[in-house]
Design a protein. Structure first.
Length: 254
């Protein structure tokens, strides 16, 4: 996740097309299939809300989150499953602690069996993050290369410029922290994995805050709305999982 965020900042900082307006005549796969469709969608939705591009960005963000909902739910469940099996993984590492090739191979085999038994895909947690990277970069281009969006005022800020009072970046950092807090359960984890999760819990909000201070307010708005959606989604999924587990336990006791 950290690598993906750093990659995003490097790409945004080095964008060479941000001074070129996006139009239907813009060429290239990136422009034709990512930037212009998003710019068009934001402008069309804004018409429904009396020309408010801020409201349009909120609605478009929610539409994107809804489209990614199946992947995000799968990610949440996979993360919870990974946290649940952490004690068993730790036992496997202790059992096969030798570094010879045969022992390492046996550890990998037993780990894969453990994943299969609990229906865990360790890579599923990364997929939504990398899918969101091009969407976020396309958002940046659509805002900076569509003058009516870039120059639009919404609440106290201008969409194409950083928040002058830093309120939105602070909210983005806080909601990032809350979103990670509700999705993490370090109580069932031990060792380096728990330590890494705790580090991420504090590092990610700080990174988002720093980036949101420098990037257009529209991206900070995207983060705030997206994080809020994720918090509610995670709470809903966790509640359903808890209810399902309780029902299973109740059925087993009968």
């Amino acid at each position: 996740m950290l690598v993906a965020i750093l990659f995003l900042v490097v790409v945004l900082a080095g964008c060479s097309q941000t001074n070129q307006p996006i139009t239907p005549e813009s060429t290239g796969i990136w422009n034709q299939y990512f930037v212009y469709p998003l710019s068009w969608l934001i402008r069309e939705v804004a018409k429904i809300f009396g020309g408010s591009y801020g409201m349009s960005i909120i609605i478009v963000t929610l539409l994107i989150r809804l489209a990614l909902l199946p992947l995000m739910i799968k990610q949440i469940r996979s993360t919870k499953a990974m946290q649940t099996i952490q004690p068993q993984m730790l036992e496997l590492r202790k059992k096969y602690s030798s570094k010879d090739q045969k022992t390492v191979q046996k550890l990998n085999e037993e780990t894969m069996k453990l994943y299969q038994q609990h229906g865990v895909n360790p890579l599923s947690g990364c997929l939504p993050i990398f899918i969101q990277m091009p969407i976020l970069i396309a958002f940046y281009h659509a805002i900076m290369r569509t003058m009516e969006i870039k120059a639009h005022d919404f609440l106290w800020f201008q969409l194409g410029h950083p928040d002058p009072i830093y309120a939105l970046p602070i909210i983005a950092g806080i909601t990032t922290f809350i979103q990670q807090k509700v999705s993490m359960n370090t109580g069932s984890m031990t060792g380096p994995a728990a330590q890494q999760m705790k580090i991420m819990l504090y590092v990610m909000p700080i990174m988002i805050l720093v980036f949101a201070v420098r990037l257009p307010s529209a991206l900070a708005l995207y983060w705030v709305v997206g994080n809020t959606f994720m918090i509610l989604q995670t709470l809903f999924v966790n509640r359903n999982n808890t209810t399902s587990q309780n029902n299973n336990l109740g059925g087993a006791s009968k």
